[in-house]
Design a protein around this ligand. Structure first.
Ligand code: HEM
Length: 502
């Protein structure tokens, strides 16, 4: 009897608490006056429904909400989303260090640079890594990138000889994975030499939606991490390459912390040596766990983003013969000797640059809402956004702003030629935001551009391609898993390869 009445009291108390919370969020919350669906203002389960049940569809829903409610929408009880390309640099300003809320929960690598919530902690972590991402460092390492690009060329010849289609969607993450492993960790898994291009790609796609679950249930990663790897691999075989990477990193970091030089290649140093050698970082930023988190984030940040942009570029260049023709002719002119490939000359080629700009615009880098918290109130149109509010914008919204990029779903490199401006005279480059903006923008941008120049330069100088059962759905986002993911039914961009005659 006593336990029944106790349960009754608990149920009533819970109901009163929820009713109070609902009333608070609807009428008293600092964001109560902002437009948006009531359900999104009341509960994070509105977001969870679209992300978890509908599998990465909240960004699409948010676009519809903007159509209905205008450029500013309350998308969760504590977050405002803005769709306005002209306001991007106000949310992500230069020289202002801002907090980032929520990404620490979604990756299970909260010590990594990208998800670090606190602005000042982020600042010192970024400063410690920056030298390794500088152009100078990348030029010192460029021979290793060339080596992987040449391996890729050899694999293409192999497919040409066998007259079999080559799956670029599998090959590109193997290429970017080998480069990043070599650059940051001092060894690689030779994924590019693997007959099937086995890489981290499948693991990222298969476990990609876990971030949406972790956003709602942050305990999921600690629970997953406590499960032995063998069981995780049994439950999700596709995760094995990432689990292996985790195990190997653990050992490499432990050895680095003991003072061993673990590099087996000819790179200058590993990312762990860079972090451990940093004078700016306190001891708590040099622990085994922090280094493991950073390794996860660097692999997560650098493999799929660049590979996705490569896939978009390759598909559209091959799909539109006039683009291929113009690009190939430029490359033949710049490199009469097909064996030569040189970054500085590639960088001087306006049409190649335009193709890359277009691919990166359509690749977004991240499809996720990108949160920032400002210490001061932010004025937007007639609104005053209170200090401390989580505000987000999304890169795909800018990439598909038809006022800036007419026919935004079409691949039109010409839009980037001849120093283009918006109708009111702003350089169009300002709206290429796929690498983010401000103090937390992409640290890997120079490496990414180098990979894009060298890989596309090699491919379209030396080879001709024919699509095999591929269409535009193989490169278009169907799910937002933080990074854009194509239809899960896609078999990838497959192509027949032939050596170019000239
Ligand atoms: C086409 C390729 C790439 C695109 C479009 C891209 C895009 C982005 C974007 C949008 C961000 C988030 C910025 C923000 O929070 O505002 C980011 C962060 C980051 N990216 Fe990239 N990325 C690319 C390639 C790479 C590569 C190759 C690396 C090398 C490992 C890399 C490393 C990072 C890191 C470390 C961060 C975190 C920076 C910070 O929080 O300070 N990215 N990237």
């Amino acid at each position: 009897m006593a336990s029944t009445s106790l349960t009754g009291v608990a149920v009533v108390a819970f109901a009163v608490y929820w009713a109070g919370l609902v009333l608070y969020r609807l009428f008293l919350h600092p964001l109560a006056k902002f437009p948006g669906p009531r359900l999104a203002a009341i509960t994070p389960w509105y977001e969870a429904y679209y992300e978890i049940i509908r599998n990465g569809q909240y960004s699409k829903k948010i676009s519809q909400l903007h159509d209905q409610y205008g450029p500013i929408v309350r998308v969760t009880p504590g977050e405002l989303h803005i769709r306005d390309s002209r306001f991007f640099e106000s949310v992500y300003p230069k020289n202002v260090h801002l907090h980032k809320e929520g990404w620490d929960k979604r990756f299970g690598s909260e010590g990594g640079l990208l998800p670090t919530p606190d602005a000042q902690v982020h600042k010192r972590r970024r400063a410690a890594l920056s030298p390794m991402f500088s152009r100078r460092s990348i030029i010192e390492f460029i021979h290793i990138i060339h080596r992987h690009v040449e391996t890729f060329a050899t694999r293409m010849q192999e497919f040409e000889g066998r007259k079999e289609p080559l799956n670029l969607t599998h090959a590109f993450p193997a290429l970017t994975g080998d480069i990043i492993m070599d650059y940051f960790f001092g060894f690689n898994y030779a994924q590019l030499k693997n007959p099937e291009f086995a890489s981290f790609h499948e693991a990222f796609i298969k476990i990609g939606s876990t971030g949406h679950v972790a956003t709602q249930f942050p305990a999921i990663f600690p629970i997953m991490n406590s499960i032995p790897d063998g069981i995780t691999a049994w439950l999700q075989p596709a995760a094995e390459p990432l689990l292996k990477f985790k195990r190997d990193q653990r050992e490499v970091i432990a050895r680095t912390l003991r003072g061993d030089d673990v590099k087996v290649n000819d790179a200058q140093k590993t990312i762990f040596q860079e972090i451990l050698g940093s004078k700016q970082l306190p001891p708590e930023d040099k622990t085994q766990q922090r280094l493991e988190d950073e390794a996860q984030i660097v692999i997560g940040g650098g493999v799929e983003t660049t590979a996705f942009a490569l896939g978009i570029a390759a598909f559209h260049i091959i799909n539109k013969p006039e683009i291929y023709k113009r690009l190939h002719a430029d490359l033949v002119k710049a490199f009469p000797n097909r064996a030569t490939l040189e970054l500085q000359s590639l960088e001087q080629m306006p049409y190649l640059r335009a193709c890359i700009m277009e691919a990166v615009r359509m690749g977004y880098g991240l499809s996720a809402r990108n949160p920032r918290t400002h210490d001061k109130p932010l004025h937007y149109k007639e609104w005053i956004i209170p200090a401390g509010t989580c505000i987000s914008q999304s890169i795909p919204d800018v990439s598909h702003d038809e006022a800036l990029f007419p026919q935004s779903r079409e691949f039109i490199p010409e839009r980037w030629l001849d120093d283009p401006k918006t109708s009111d005279g702003i350089p169009l480059d300002r709206f290429m935001v796929s690498f983010g903006r401000g103090t937390r923008s992409c640290l890997g941008i120079t490496l990414a551009w180098t990979e894009l120049y060298l890989t596309l330069g090699m491919m379209f100088r030396r080879f001709k391609f024919e699509l095999f059962e591929a269409d535009v759905t193989d490169v278009e986002m169907a799910h937002d898993y933080f990074i854009p993911v194509t239809s899960l039914k896609s078999k990838g961009v497959r192509v027949f390869v032939t050596s170019a005659a000239d």
